[in-house]
Design a protein around this ligand. Structure first.
Ligand code: HEC
Ligand code: HEC
Length: 388
């Protein structure tokens, strides 16, 4: 794109000013009235635009080792909403300067993380938390390290407007998408009309995210597929340590169930990670931020361990660089503080035990579906001239 085209595009993106209506003949003003009314009327009076997907719902097949994918009743996934969500997920026009997509921080090349300690938002703004993988995010009952959103639908719009992430108001996002040559038709196919609303954007993103699954790892083939040769003897020893309450005790929080394994209990625990020099205050209050309950200080959501060998650095603050550092951290009983979880205590692990645990964690890297990468290129969509 030339500098001029980029500039024009920037200008076009500004929300239209109400004052500019004065320069417009009265006849065409009439055309604007419905839009104007919807801006001025309180939300409750707006004519509601339906956001239920209209297409046939598709079955998202869970791979070996994962339970059936939970689907909210008001957002059954369809081929059209998934394709729309995929395009949105990889589209930098949802960010203020057209440089960042969801996939910039949840990059398939890094197993849907960014490989950084802290994510970098628009203009290089640095966040305060490590970007979690979106693999198997479909199963989460809380989103974010502190659980401040519950559903994927509820979560999806927040990074767009977040000043340290994509930093673009929802109104601007909607108007940019409206000017795109492809989106209006995609919204019509997915939801019945060309209207682009935040609710529809959220639903499409969530449906796409539900397809980002990873299972059928060596561990799954060993544990659930009946292939006892899938793990090495060292990994089998590591697994025994992982589930033994008197040894690693890892499965107390990174759950392994009889039919499947999510490697998370979906709950919040304090390991002492990020506690200050004084041994009681936390740079990041974690779950406390949400609940204001004292014992939630420094507690974070248990992350999944699937594909963990590929998602360094680790912890909410990205402070541990290798799996060996993580295992050493647990062996030392975390960091003591008044809110330390009762399941965290000094554990005796020999050098061999630690190496075995790390090898076991490497067996949790599974298959990622082939069709969750960037959508096939449609060059027209990114050519600003095509809009006129
Ligand atoms: C600038 C980097 C960045 C961008 C861009 C970004 N994210 Fe994130 N994402 C993060 C970080 C960091 C977190 C963790 C934040 C926290 O816990 O407070 C996160 C958390 C999430 C979570 C919760 C995952 C979990 O395990 O709790 C979901 C889902 C998610 N992002 C989806 C998206 C979607 C969809 C988009 C695009 C609309 C997006 N993200 C854009 C960095 C980013
Ligand atoms: C009391 C519950 C609990 C137990 C027991 C536990 N974990 Fe964790 N695990 C967590 C929580 C919570 C986090 C995130 C903590 C944070 O970021 O501050 C975490 C983070 C991790 C991470 C980093 C994940 C990421 O994506 O950054 C790894 C790896 C890990 N645990 C492995 C283990 C192993 C191995 C064991 C056993 C030796 C174990 N855990 C025992 C709750 C637990």
């Amino acid at each position: 794109m030339t500098r001029y085209a980029a500039l024009m595009r920037r200008i076009e993106t500004q929300a239209p000013s109400l004052f500019s209506l004065r320069a417009i003949p009265a006849s065409s003003l009439l055309l604007f009235l419905p839009a104007l009314a919807s801006l001025l009327l309180p939300a409750g009076c707006k004519k509601s635009i339906p956001d239920r997907p209209i297409g046939a719902s598709v079955h998202i097949q869970a791979p070996l080792g994962l339970p059936p994918v939970p689907i909210p009743p008001d957002n059954p996934p369809t081929a059209e909403t998934i394709a729309l969500g995929q395009r949105l997920f990889y589209d930098p026009s949802l960010s203020k300067d057209d440089t960042l997509a969801c996939a910039s921080c949840h990059n398939p090349r890094f197993h849907f993380t960014d490989g950084l300690k802290f994510s970098r938002g628009v203009g290089g703004e640095t966040g305060i938390r490590n970007a979690p993988t979106l693999l198997n995010v479909a199963y989460q009952t809380f989103q974010f390290w502190d659980g401040r959103a519950l559903t994927l639908e509820e979560q999806a719009a927040s990074p767009i407007a977040d000043p340290i992430e994509m930093n673009q108001s929802h109104e601007v996002s909607v108007s940019k998408l409206n000017r795109d040559p492809v989106y209006p038709a995609m919204f019509r196919k997915a939801f019945g009309t060309e209207d682009i609303t935040l609710k529809r954007i959220e639903k499409a993103l969530a449906s796409f995210e539900r397809t980002i699954l990873s299972g059928n790892s060596a561990f799954d083939r060993y544990q659930y597929g009946g292939d006892k040769t899938a793990l090495t003897p060292q990994q089998v020893r590591g697994f025994a340590i992982f589930i033994n309450p008197g040894k690693g005790n890892c499965a107390a929080c990174h759950t392994v169930s009889p039919q499947y394994a999510l490697f998370t209990d979906g709950k919040f625990h304090n390991l002492g990670q990020g506690v200050g020099e004084d041994g009681s205050t936390f740079a990041d209050p974690g779950r406390y931020h949400q609940t204001q309950i004292d014992t939630d200080r420094g507690a974070f959501k248990t992350p999944t361990l699937r594909n963990i060998a590929n998602t360094a650095p680790y912890m909410h603050d990205g402070s541990l660089r290798t799996l060996r550092e993580v295992v050493d951290f647990y062996a030392g009983g975390g960091n003591s503080n008044p809110y330390l979880d009762k399941e965290i205590k000094t554990i005796h692990l020999s050098g061999q035990d630690r190496a075995d645990l790390v090898e076991f964690l490497k067996s949790l890297t599974g298959d990622i579906p082939p069709n969750v990468g960037p959508p096939a290129k449609d060059t027209a969509a990114k050519d600003p001239a095509a809009n006129e």
